[in-house]
Design a binder for this molecule. Structure first.
Ligand SMILES: Cc1cc2nc3c(=O)[nH]c(=O)nc-3n(C[C@H](O)[C@H](O)[C@H](O)COP(=O)(O)O)c2cc1C
Length: 400
């Protein structure tokens, strides 16, 4: 009787488990919403002003239809790609998101481990809770370090030097965050960066007791790890103020040139939407581009990443890899982005849903969802490898 009861409970446990309930990115998002205090969920899910750019990032994929040619398909598909000298298991990797450690204890390390276990890459945000050195202890490769251009140029240089010393594989310079966007969900929730733990914020946190219990020892330690100066006592509020002040809206190609001269690692610019800027980036010796509008979190009304992609790809004409992020929620989205010329896609919010639901296992699960969906789409389209994906796979390629 007891054995039967145990079996029934474990059966029930299995069908009720988060893995079974999260069979795609949207279900993972809903599970994350159930786990997280609303202000924290909204901090990740939200975007600037009316969130039109965020929505369009996703819906732009609906404009394209695939043209399957299943005859002579492959029994087994090869999803791997080579990117900056590293083999990735699929054309999907983890993009930089600040404060991942607010979603799960040591969230950055958990996410980097999951990426490594899935055989793909991870990019650390400048605004990580852990330091870039602590993240390096995971030994996850390839790992990239994202930086900004600061008014205090020495600090940019310091971050690049530290990333080199900690054996990061590439430097990512984000250019679309020099002025902070107006995120209205955060304003409505009273959520600030750094998180302000007021009585109402605590009430919101307590309502998500599992998250609160998990994070109980972490909350007082949430900080911007890379900005903490050894020997200096600055709380997260002071750090955030320094960080916001440090962002320099006056950046120029001379500055990019200066960073280029500072490192032999691949230099990738994130936040390119215009073909002219793509050309200038290539002229200035940049090794790769990320077509991105920061997930719509900065300039609402900016063109969606997918719509900007063909113009950038045409201009770059294969001189450097062009990556894309923004709204990639399905394996077919990755196939469409590849068909329009992207070498790989970066994930922003989906990694945060994964880590919020189950830490490293959650991100791993989320990456598996992408791998399986890409594989299914390729199998049904008759594609053997990622290199087979070209504009021919689209029923309506741009320009038709
Ligand atoms: C909570 C959050 C924090 C982010 N922090 C950074 C950051 O520190 N640096 C950066 O370059 N991009 C940052 N981004 C933008 C992402 O790297 C990426 O461009 C965007 O989220 C992609 O869109 P997606 O969320 O639709 O996948 C952040 C995004 C989110 C959601």
């Amino acid at each position: 009787m007891l054995v039967l009861k145990g079996k029934a409970t474990s059966f029930l446990g299995k069908i009720m488990s988060w893995q079974n309930k999260s069979y795609n990115v949207e279900t993972m998002r809903r599970l994350a919403q159930a786990e997280l205090p609303q202000p924290i969920f909204d901090f990740a899910d939200g975007a600037a002003e009316d969130e039109r750019t965020r929505q369009r990032n996703e819906s732009a994929f609906d404009d394209y239809w695939l043209l399957p040619k299943p005859m002579n398909g492959a029994a087994k598909r090869d999803l791997s790609i080579d990117l900056f000298g590293h083999k990735l298991s699929m054309p999907v990797m983890i993009g930089p998101t600040g404060l991942s450690g607010l979603f799960w204890p040591n969230g950055e390390q958990a996410t980097a481990r999951a990426a490594a276990a899935a055989g793909t890459g991870f990019c650390l945000s400048h605004g990580s809770v852990c330091t870039l050195e602590a993240l390096a202890e995971t030994r996850a490769h390839p790992r990239w370090m994202q930086v900004f251009l600061y008014r205090d140029r020495d600090f940019t240089q310091e971050l690049v030097r530290r990333a080199e010393a900690a054996d990061y594989d590439a430097i990512v310079l984000t250019i679309d965050n020099q002025v902070l966007g107006k995120r209205e969900r955060d304003l409505a929730n009273g959520f600030t960066i750094p998180p302000k733990f007021s009585p109402s914020q605590y009430a919101a946190m307590l309502s998500k007791y599992k998250w609160f219990w998990r994070m109980r020892g972490e909350l007082s330690r949430i900080t911007f790890g890379n900005y903490v100066r050894p020997g200096k006592k600055e709380d997260i509020k002071q750090l955030a103020a320094r960080m916001a002040y440090l962002l320099d809206p006056g950046l120029t190609w001379d500055d990019v040139d200066w960073i280029r001269g500072m490192t032999k690692k691949p230099l990738i610019i994130k936040g390119i939407l215009s073909p002219d800027e793509a050309e200038a980036a290539v002229q200035n010796g940049v090794d790769g581009l990320v077509v991105s509008n920061h997930g719509g979190r900065q300039l609402d009304g900016a063109i969606s990443s997918l719509e900007a992609l063909p113009g950038v790809v045409r201009q770059v004409a294969g001189r450097v890899p062009v990556l894309l992020d923004g709204g990639v929620r399905r394996g077919t989205d990755v196939v469409i982005a590849r068909a329009l010329g992207a070498s790989a896609c970066l994930l922003g919010r989906p990694q945060l849903w994964g880590v919020s639901v189950a830490g490293e296992a959650g991100v791993r699960h989320m990456l598996d969802i992408y791998a399986k969906e890409i594989d299914t789409a390729m199998g049904l389209c008759g594609l053997h490898s990622i290199d087979d994906i070209s504009a021919d796979v689209l029923a309506n390629p741009p320009g038709n």
